[in-house]
Every structure is written in structure tokens, then in C-alpha cells.
Design a binder for this molecule. Structure first.
Ligand code: 5GP
Ligand code: ZN
Length: 112
């Protein structure tokens, strides 16, 4: 996808603070953190949202969440963490390349 921000980060065309990588995933710090740790984990391959990824490559969806759990371990989120994936307009998805938010480092409160 030529005009996708997260494809450009994966390709190294847009700089990002990368915290972990696998052959299939890249994890980088969110530019506007909502918690002391706020990392985005994306597949290198472009899929619009979690539903599209689940349809196209369900096993990769599992590995994406495994990569997110690895980030939580690397970041030392021993007190717990939240994995979040917004899908579509009503959820406020602003980048149409599936991504898992890894949030932690303080009590996160109840889900709104
Ligand atoms: P969404 O709102 O789609 O669930 O999440 C998109 C996230 O991408 C937001 O939390 C936003 O702060 C983050 N973001 C937007 N532009 C950039 C950028 O250029 N670099 C990084 N690292 N994060 C970004
Ligand atoms: Zn993309």
C-alpha cells in the first residue's frame, strides 16, 4: 500500500521508535501516548483492520497478539496491560492498517 502510514513505518520510510520486530510484525511507540507505555504492534503485511486480517490470515492474527504480549513482557508491564484494536469509524480507527495498542504502566481504569 503506497499511501499507508504504517506501511511506510514498516518500510523505514517514516521514522518510528521501534521497540521490537519479528519477520512478520513491527512494534513501535505511539506518537501520542495515552499511558506510560503505549506501543503499536502491526503486521508487516497491509490488512485494513482486524476483520480483514482474521479473514485473510487468521494464524497471523494470533502471532500479532503474541507479539503484543512479548512487547508487554519486554516493557516490564508486570502489573498488567490492555490490548486494544479499534475497527472502523465508530471506534475511532484513524489508520487503516490493523494495529494492536499495548497500553500499560499505570492503572488503566474501567473500559469506557
Ligand atoms: P487508531 O486511532 O487508528 O486506533 O490508532 C492510531 C494511532 O496511531 C494513534 O494512537 C496515533 O497517536 C498513532 N499515530 C498516528 N500517526 C503516527 C505516527 O506518525 N507515528 C506513530 N508512531 N504513531 C502515530
Ligand atoms: Zn499499510
Amino acid at each position: 500500500m503506497t499511501d499507508c502510514l504504517f506501511c511506510k513505518i514498516v518500510a523505514g520510510e517514516v521514522p518510528a521508535d521501534i521497540v521490537a520486530q519479528t519477520e512478520e510484525t513491527v512494534a513501535f511507540r505511539d506518537i501520542a501516548p495515552q499511558a506510560p507505555t503505549h506501543v503499536l504492534v502491526v503486521p508487516r503485511a497491509h490488512h485494513e483492520d482486524v476483520g480483514a486480517l482474521a479473514s485473510a490470515e487468521p494464524a497471523l492474527l494470533g502471532r500479532l497478539f503474541a507479539a503484543a504480549a512479548d512487547v508487554a513482557r519486554i516493557e516490564g508491564l508486570d502489573g498488567g496491560y490492555r490490548l486494544l484494536t479499534n475497527t472502523g469509524r465508530d471506534a475511532g480507527q484513524t489508520v487503516s492498517h490493523v494495529h494492536v495498542h499495548v497500553l500499560g504502566g499505570r492503572p488503566l481504569g474501567a473500559l469506557a
